[in-house]
Structure formats: structure tokens, C-alpha cells
Design a protein around this ligand. Structure first.
Ligand SMILES: [Zn+2]
Length: 353
């Protein structure tokens, strides 16, 4: 039997995308609906106002909701507020948390969701997976709604802090180790693999690397390929029905840093550190194929101390990482004693900061 996969109906990813909205089908479909627009309270609130103006939405149809975080309490509150206004569509405007909340609230209310990422900070910009903080120290990925429309204005993304873009590149590069882990799990007869999802996730990262190595190296061109590759990663997750093609041991390490060591850095930055450990454990120790040069080039950390973590915290996180999700990775085939992990860390991060 062939598989049904939900993909966005509308995808606009270009400079000045907002200016194209009125001529798009999105305009007609949003015009008569009661809409809950989720954003942050700062710059993304203003971007939300621009969007309302571009879509010529009437004040009476808009319920503006501020999403300060992606905690379960916040999502419950947003859901109740959206429900009390008989919401027929959710629009999420922001860098990450508002997008996560929009997907989850949209799934709960069974209404279409439009995502308007204001920064390219991760692969949540076009995926059916939402990250929800269920306790002060723990976030989980849960199934949300695949967005009905995704609008990425690359001029808006270019105006976001460069650190967010770097984090998005870290999240994208991690497809490499995530795919290697998935193949490892398949070889160990622990998990089914979806070849098509692997293909899409692999092409996403290869397209970015190719552009970075051989293409036009202008900021605009690299922003575009970052956005497109993150979108492709989201498609791979939709095909797989889980975050598996884009989330392996490097993500487990990042989740453990959040859960046990205070989550001191951005998701994509922590994933980048996890990536260096994962690729080494996976046997990829050749400087010619390591992702390290891309971390350096795109301003990502290459040592955990840059993110404020100690060696002891890293050892704790790596030991705890496999317990955070039922996902077979190279960590399941690694001796997780403090001594051994300490030696791995010394080998991967040879130069202390
Ligand atoms: Zn991620």
C-alpha cells in the first residue's frame, strides 16, 4: 500500500514574500476565517502586525495571542483562548516556540495552521513535530499538525540575529549523524527504516553543503538554501512520521543537556556539539568528512565549553542521553562509563578553551 503524507498546500520562500501574499491563494483562504495569531511579545509581534496588514485581515477576525514559551501550561492557555474565540485558523509567527505552539494548538483544535518563521533557527519551520516543555527541565517532541501554509520572507529572516541562523545550520548538519544512527538501528534490527525519508533528509544536507562549497556564497543565496534544506528536512520527518531522519544521538545529547545541565544554549548549538561526539562514535574520524569545518565557518561552537558546559556535565548528559527516548543510536553501542566518555571527550575536543 502506498503511504499518504500530508504536505503544506502553500509554500512561499523568497525575499519580500509578505508582499506576494495578497496575490496568493492564502489571502483568499484566510480572508473569511476567525484567526488566532500567535507570536512573541517583541520583534515578532511587530512582524505579526505587518502580516495582518499585508493580508488585509479585519480586526474583528483576529485574536492576537502572545506565546512567551512552549511550556505545556502556555499551550493549554493558548488552546483555551483560541477555542473561546471559535478559531478557524492558527497563524504562528516567530523563530521557534510560537511555531511549536501553533502546530500543537492547531492539532488539538483540528484547524489549519499557517507558519511564518521569522528566523531560520531549526527544522521546526516546516514540520509536523512540535517541541513542548513538559517540566522546567524536560522538553518532548510531539505530533503537531503539518502546516497548511508556510511563508518565509527571506528579508525578514536576514534581519534576525545571526546566532539563530547558525543554530538552524547546526540543526540541519545533524541530519548526517541522525541518518547514520537510523541506518545503524536498522542494521541492528531495532527499527524500521524509511528509505524515501532518508533520501530527502540526505538531499537536504547535501544541497546545503554543495551550495556552501561550490555555489554562490552570498548571504542571500546561503539563507535561501538553508531555508529550503530545513523545509526538506521537515518533509523527511513528515514522510517518516517522526523526527527520526533528523534526530539521532546528537539530539539525545542536546535533550540531556536541557534536562540535566540547565540547557544553557540554543538547540542547534547544542546539537552541533552532539554532532561532533556522534560522528566520532560512528567512526567518522576523518577530518575530510567531518562536519567540523562547517561549524567553524558558520559560527557554531566546536567545544562544549563555549556553551558554558563542563566536562563533568557533558559526561552526565551523554550517560543520560539514551534514557530520554526509545531510540536506538550509536550510544546504545558505546560503553557509557564515565571513564570511557571522558576519553571520548578528550579525543573529540582536543583543544581545551
Ligand atoms: Zn533539531
Amino acid at each position: 500500500m502506498a503511504k499518504n503524507v500530508l504536505l503544506p498546500n502553500h509554500l512561499i520562500c523568497e525575499p519580500r514574500a509578505f508582499g506576494r501574499l495578497r496575490a496568493s491563494e492564502i489571502y483568499a483562504e484566510a480572508a473569511e476565517r476567525r484567526i488566532a495569531l500567535l507570536s512573541g511579545a517583541g520583534p515578532t509581534y511587530e512582524i505579526g502586525e505587518r502580516l495582518i496588514e499585508e493580508l488585509k485581515l479585519k480586526p474583528s477576525q483576529i485574536n492576537r495571542l502572545v506565546c512567551p514559551d512552549n511550556s505545556l501550561q502556555t499551550i493549554d492557555r493558548l488552546e483555551a483562548e483560541a477555542q473561546s474565540h471559535f478559531t478557524e485558523m492558527i497563524i504562528g509567527v516567530g523563530g521557534g516556540k510560537a511555531l511549536d505552539a501553533a502546530k500543537v494548538v492547531g492539532a488539538r483544535l483540528n484547524v489549519p495552521v499557517m507558519l511564518v518563521p521569522t528566523a531560520l533557527s531549526g527544522d521546526a519551520i516546516c514540520s509536523p513535530v512540535g517541541s513542548v516543555r513538559v517540566s522546567p527541565d524536560k522538553s518532548i517532541s510531539i505530533a503537531g499538525t503539518m502546516p497548511w501554509a508556510v511563508v518565509i520572507d527571506l528579508e525578514v529572516a536576514a534581519g534576525s540575529p545571526v546566532r539563530l541562523w547558525s543554530a538552524g545550520i547546526g540543526d540541519l548538519l545533524s541530519n548526517k549523524t541522525a541518518l547514520a544512527d537510523w541506518k545503524l538501528a536498522h542494521r541492528a534490527a531495532r527499527e524500521k527504516i524509511d528509505t524515501f525519508a532518508c533520501l530527502i533528509a540526505d538531499h537536504a544536507i547535501e544541497a546545503f553543503i554543495h551550495a556552501a562549497d561550490h555555489g554562490n556564497e552570498s548571504k542571500e543565496a546561503l539563507l535561501r538554501v538553508t531555508a529550503e534544506s530545513l523545509i526538506m528536512s521537515g518533509m523527511a520527518m513528515a514522510i517518516a512520521g517522526s523526527s527520526r531522519p533528523c534526530s539521532g544521538s546528537e539530539h539525545l545529547i542536546s535533550h540531556a543537556l536541557d534536562a540535566y545541565c540547565g540547557g544553557k544554549a540554543l538547540h542547534g548549538e547544542q546539537v552541533a556539539i552532539g554532532l561532533l561526539i556522534a560522528e566520532w562514535l560512528q567512526g567518522n574520524r576523518d577530518s575530510g568528512s567531518s562536519m567540523r569545518p562547517y561549524l567553524v565557518r558558520f559560527g557554531l561552537p566546536t567545544h562544549y565549553e563555549e556553551l558554558g558546559y563542563s566536562k563533568e556535565e557533558m559526561i552526565l548528559a551523554i550517560r543520560k542521553a539514551p534514557t530520554l527516548r526509545n531510540r536506538y543510536t550509536v550510544l546504545n553501542e558505546t560503553e557509557l562509563t564515565a571513564d570511557h566518555i571522558g576519553r571520548v571527550l578528550d579525543a573529540v575536543f582536543t583543544t581545551p578553551r
